[in-house]
Structure formats: structure tokens, C-alpha cells
Write a protein that binds this ligand. Sequence first.
Ligand code: AMP
Length: 326
Amino acid sequence: MSTQPTTGPRRLSLVTPSGRPTLGNLLGALRPLVAGQDAHDCFVGVSDLHALTDGHDPRLLRERTRDLAALLLAAGLGRSTLFVQSRVPAHRQLAFLLECVASSGELGRMIQFKQRRRTDGSSRAALLTYPVLMAADILLYRPTQVPVGDDQRQHVELARDLAVRFNRTYGEVFTVPEIVVAPAGARVMDLQRPTEKMSKSSTDLSGVVGLLDPPDVVRRKIARAVTDSDTGPGAVRADRAAKPGVTNLLDVLVACGGSAEGISTYGALKRAVADAVVGVLEPVQRRHADLLAHPERLRAAYDAGEARCREVTAPVLAAAEAAMGL
Ligand code: AMP
């Protein structure tokens, strides 16, 4: 079903099925991935294992994994090698080997661990060790470059450190990937709190456009977006510091293919943004619904992707095992 180009530098991206994907995820992460498919050999995974590091509901996780898998395909990633992380066992197998190379001290220093751990010691042990799984996710595919956002930089640095240490201790197995700063995708802000990023983990969804929100919900959320009390001529203009709400609406409008030319009131701006966003979401939602109605198509794409992942990762895992004396 998917026709993956197998040439070009290899690129790997994982999306965790936590929360409900937002317009921010589409414009900031999925769109750049879709655009990168022509020049790269892209692997895009649903990282269901990473969703286990904190309290989780198995039924909900299964549902979100399936939904996100369908969304990736619906968003246009059919030319990438799509996979669900837990279906490619090498990820977990290599993770333990790398845990034998990592130190507990360096894992304890990870910023995300320090931010997310509970102070009473009841955090899951996996919250400490998941960066090693992430290192395995990366190193198994021997990518030469790993594009990262700022929040993930430390994790890729750990992957590099572990690769260097493994190669030095047990022999050359891993490619040490170069970190490249991902080209900035559009940054979408919350419609009610426009100085904060629109986030799928928000508890208040009034300012969050879900990728699967029906058109009337999208229109209502955009109609209620926070702007400001400046109603004079020239009020519709970008100024991130003084007019964060209006600036965000203008950014979203442009990112969704619209234009603010000739628009002079906030009401007209919001209607234009709503039309543009609904226009972008509609085909994605239609393809998503179609995939859920025809699960065999979804399965075919992921079966093919997972088979390729197993093929690519098996020799790397085997080389690591052999080097360690297993
Ligand atoms: P997260 O939803 O935080 O797990 O992020 C998944 C991906 O979507 C990352 O590449 C983020 O940078 C991107 N992303 C999440 N929220 C936004 C947003 N509001 N605007 C732009 N990109 C976003």
C-alpha cells in the first residue's frame, strides 16, 4: 500500500499516543514530516511504549494508538515507513542492552525525569529508564542525523553518549547520529491563553483545536478565541508581544493557506481562520474516518511498515548482542 522511498538520509520520528492530537501537532510536527518524505527515507512510529511511563489506562492506550496510527496515514504520511513501536520487538530488546551501558547517575540527571518524577518515590522505574528506550529507538535505525526540538535535545545527546560508549567498550556497532535542529514548524498557541503553546495535554480544551474536532466545534472555539480590546484601524496586525492572540490567529490563517489581506475586524479574521482551519482538517478527518471504517487498509500499511522495521533493526540488534557476548 505505501511506496516507501528507500533512498536519501534516514530520518526517524516518534509520536506518543498521549492525549488528543491538536492542530499544533499537525502544523508543527506532521506537516514538516510529510514535506520531508520526498528527500528522506522516513520512519514514523507511534511510540506506545513511551505512553507507559506514567499511570495509564490500557483500553484508552489501545484506542489512542489506533487513532494516532490512522491519523498519521490520514495526514499524508503514506510514503513513510509507518510502525507501532511495540510491534517491533527489537526496540525493547536493545533497550535492556543499553541499560547495561548507561549509568543510573546520568539517567537521574535527565531534565524530564526531574520534572515529572514524584517526590515520594512512587514514580514508575520506566520514567527513569525510558530515555534509554529512546536511545534504542534511534540507534537501531543507524540514522546519520536526528532532527530534534529543544525539549528532546538532551535525550538525543544521551543516545550519542551511549553509542560512543558502547562502540568503545564492545566494538563498533552503532552510528553516532548528528543532532540537527529541526526546521521550525508553525508554533500554534492556545486560543484562550495565547502566550502558551496549544497542547494535547491541556486540561481545559476551550482553546485547543483537536484534529478530530467536528467543524462546528472548531468554529465555536475560534469564534471565542482571545484577541484584545484594540478595535481601531490597523488592529488586525501581527505583534507577538502586544497582541499575542491576534498574532496567533494570523499565523494559523497563513499556515492553513489563508490570507489576511483586506481583513480589518476581528470578527472577519476569526471567520477566515475558521474557514481555513476547517478546510485543512476536513480531508484529514475524512481519510481518518475512512481508515477506521476499513481497518484492513490501516493494517496493511502498518504491517508493511513493521515488516520493514524488523528487517532493518534485526541485524543491528544481532550485532549488539554478539558484541556483548550473547
Ligand atoms: P507533543 O504533543 O508535545 O507530544 O509534541 C509532538 C510534536 O508536535 C512535537 O514535534 C511538537 O514540537 C509538536 N507540537 C506540539 N504542540 C505544538 C504546537 N502547539 N505548535 C507547534 N508544534 C507543536
